[in-house]
Design a protein around this ligand. Structure first.
Ligand code: F0G
Length: 347
């Protein structure tokens, strides 16, 4: 039914709002028994890779595009590390409006680039990092009247609250901890607002601790200062100066949560564990929370038996290059039963 219909009463949707819908949302909340056992907790992964463009961005993009159309805007623009651009391009395509996306040149995972191009966006590779591309996109929007659909657009974060509502609808309560990767810091803020709204209307009694995880080479919220040259293999969160830093800090302090950092090695190890012990393939940035939980477990800082939801923000298929650099190659054989038997019998 899509996010706009499903949560109509909680969203700023009126009769004048166009019914934009790619059947986003209602993503699976997957219990992970083997990874839970490893950590001594009840661990659920919300697999946002099941959204139509393969990431959580669709939840907010559907509302941002609907409101842009309602306000008479006829083109959209964004800067992106990849997923926002894929999502914006998809919704623009569905509505037949132009979409301009600014990407940090050479730093976007292949699948995301393929998506933006296939959906027909005008793709602009900026020789600079995401933070600079975002500044340019804002100036471009101001000058042209294009709707800016980065998370500075308030409708993006309002739509993204739906993720928190779905988790509570499924669990019947909020988790004890909410673990989430943090880049431009919008999603952690949206989830916190979503949980608070559900508490206000009596759907849940208690709020989770918000645990935000960043890559060590791009961790401005952990180290409490902008990072001028962010670097990480998790290109989705390769961001040095998050626009929603103030909201994210408030979410963490109000919820008695924390920010923490993980290395690229820890991220890749978590990605492998999630796939090989969980059966879920998520992109590197999405695995920062699991890397963080493993780190905290190792430090004796992960309480036994708590319920933790982690947001698996994007699909692993978006970044095949990083995955293939971590795994072996297929075993090639001649087309004979003899060759096959050698493999099956482990010879
Ligand atoms: N995980 C993935 C897969 C992302 O694509 C992003 C952000 C995040 C986590 C962090 O979320 O920015 O709300 O803190 N991607 C943006 C983009 C920046 O352009 O696609 P955040």
């Amino acid at each position: 039914m899509g996010v706009l219909k499903h949560y109509k009463d909680l969203l700023p949707v009126t009769d004048a709002t166009p019914n934009v819908n790619l059947e986003e949302g209602m993503t699976p909340l997957i219990f992970l028994p083997r990874v839970s056992a490893r950590l001594g907790i009840n661990l659920y992964g919300k697999f946002e890779g099941c959204n139509p463009s393969g990431s959580f961005k669709d939840r907010g993009m559907v509302l941002a595009v609907a409101k842009a159309l309602e306000e008479g805007k006829r083109a959209i623009i964004c800067a992106s590390t990849g997923n926002t651009s894929a999502s914006a391009a998809a919704y623009a395509a569905s509505q037949g409006i132009p979409c301009f996306v600014l990407l940090p040149a050479g730093k976007v995972a292949l699948g995301k680039l393929a998506q933006a191009l296939m959906y027909g966006a005008k793709v602009i590779a900026v020789k600079g990092n995401f933070d600079r591309a975002l500044e340019l996109a804002r100036e471009g929007a101001d000058k042209t009247g294009c709707a800016m659909v980065n998370s500075v657009n308030p409708y993006r974060l309002i739509g993204q609250r739906s993720g928190a509502w779905e988790i509570c609808d499924v669990l019947g309560k909020a988790p004890d901890w909410h673990a989430i990767p943090v880049g431009n810091a919008g999603n952690i803020s949206a989830y916190w607002a979503g949980y608070n709204e559900y508490k206000k209307i009596g759907k849940i009694n208690a709020l989770p601790r918000m645990m935000g995880f960043q890559a060590e080479g791009a961790a401005p919220l952990v180290f409490n200062k902008p990072c001028p040259n962010p670097e990480t293999i998790a290109t989705a969160i390769r961001i040095g100066n998050p626009v929603s830093a103030h909201l994210a800090r408030a979410a963490v302090s109000e919820s008695n949560g924390e920010f923490n950092s993980v290395t690229d090695e820890q991220i890749l190890e978590a990605q492998r564990i999630l796939a090989a012990e969980g059966g879920v393939f998520a992109e590197p940035a999405s695995c920062a929370p699991l890397a963080g939980l493993i780190k905290l477990k190792g430090q004796g800082k992960l309480p036994e038996g708590i319920t933790v939801t982690m947001i698996l923000t994007g699909n692993g298929l978006k970044d095949p290059d990083t995955a293939m650099s971590q795994v072996g190659r297929p075993i090639e054989i001649n087309d004979t039963l003899e060759d096959l038997m050698k493999v099956l019998e482990g010879k």
